[in-house]
Design a protein around this ligand. Structure first.
Ligand code: DQA
Length: 150
């Protein structure tokens, strides 16, 4: 039985992983990443809600839903990272631990990817480690949830 629930939310175009610029994002599909996340999370006693949407509104609604139902949020907001005040505001509303994840190191890329609206309201950021970053994020959020429970 899992003790805690986490939401792992994924933004636009991450449904195309596997075929999308594999030199940047790797060859794992989002389904592969979901399976890896479920394995790691269950080892740590975490239940996972894993979702992807191309729509900003869905991500905002799911963050609001997580506020009621979950103990932590892992978010790869993809391109909305660099544009969305709405996602940032939704995260500000939650008291939950938040870990921001990116497959690529956005600081090595185009200038418009260097600013994140999410980072200022996240506990931490993991980027540049490909799919493994999601597993690092799960380890990090498990610790944050444990600290919250103290
Ligand atoms: C991304 C980085 C973003 O800049 C980009 O728009 C994405 C994916 C990443 O995981 O590396 O869609 O969030």
């Amino acid at each position: 039985m899992a003790d805690h629930d986490i939401y792992i939310l994924n933004g636009p175009n991450l449904n195309m992983l596997g075929v999308r610029e594999p030199g940047i994002y790797g060859s794992d599909t989002l389904a592969d990443i979901e399976a890896m996340c479920r394995d790691r999370a269950s080892d740590l006693g975490l239940d996972v809600v894993f979702r992807q949407s191309n729509a900003e509104a869905d991500l905002v609604s799911w963050i609001q839903e997580a506020r009621e139902n979950a103990d932590g949020i892992i978010l790869n907001a993809a391109a909305y990272t660099h544009t969305s005040v709405a996602i940032r505001d939704a995260l500000s509303l939650t008291d939950l631990p938040v870990v921001e994840v990116h497959l690529s190191n956005t600081h090595k890329r185009e200038g418009f990817r260097h600013h994140s609206y999410v980072s200022a309201v996240a506990n931490g950021v993991i980027m540049g480690f490909g799919a493994q970053g999601y597993l690092l994020a799960i380890d990090a959020i498990a610790r944050l949830i444990d600290q919250d429970a103290l």
